[in-house]
Design a protein around this ligand. Structure first.
Ligand code: ZN
Length: 179
């Protein structure tokens, strides 16, 4: 039975550590942990989750994009576990958009990311997968992989003025959707 894990927030040392490469994908404890990550991401309604966010410093992320109230424009995807994920190429074209993070509650920031990326990871069966992402999926992949290197979205904003509170962000989003 999968467990809901506690989210580590900014200030927890694990959030600033470089996570370790996974060497044995087939380990039973690791497989159970992936189930816990899925359950925790679903419980938090997160678009993604990285192992360091639940205090496990290993290179594992979950991507689980789906439209919701926080991100109405998010594409739907089958929740996917990515082990030892890597960005192998990023477009020179960057795109700025809003991000939030369970580890940084109450804040939103305008974050520049590569618009298109090529990536590589192992799935939970240990199969090496290569893919190309763009837009929102490319964004959440880059956000989650940053967590494996001890970075949060605050490190990527170009100016402190690109940071807002969740309450004010709700107003910005509501206004931007008006015709
Ligand atoms: Zn995050």
């Amino acid at each position: 039975m999968a467990r809901i894990l506690e989210i580590a927030e900014l200030g927890a040392p694990v959030i600033r550590q470089k996570a370790a490469t996974v060497t044995d994908v087939h380990d039973d404890q690791l497989q159970a942990f992936i189930d816990d990550l899925f359950a925790t991401a679903a419980d938090e309604n997160g678009m993604g989750l990285a192992a360091p966010q639940v205090s496990i410093s290993k290179r594992i992320i979950i991507l689980s994009s789906h439209p919701n109230a926080r991100y109405p424009y998010a594409p739907n995807m089958e929740p996917t576990a990515m082990i030892n994920p890597e960005l192998t190429w990023g477009s020179s074209e960057m795109h700025k958009d809003w991000e939030g993070c369970l580890t940084v509650p109450g804040m939103r920031g305008l974050v520049p990311r590569h618009r298109t990326i090529r990536i590589r990871f192992q799935n939970r069966e240990g199969v090496l997968i290569e893919a190309k992402y763009e837009g929102f999926l490319a964004r959440i992949f880059q956000h989650e992989v940053d967590h494996l290197d001890g970075l949060v979205f605050l490190d990527r904003v170009e100016s402190i003025k690109d940071l807002v509170t969740e309450k004010e962000w709700q107003k910005i989003i509501a206004n931007s959707r008006q015709p």
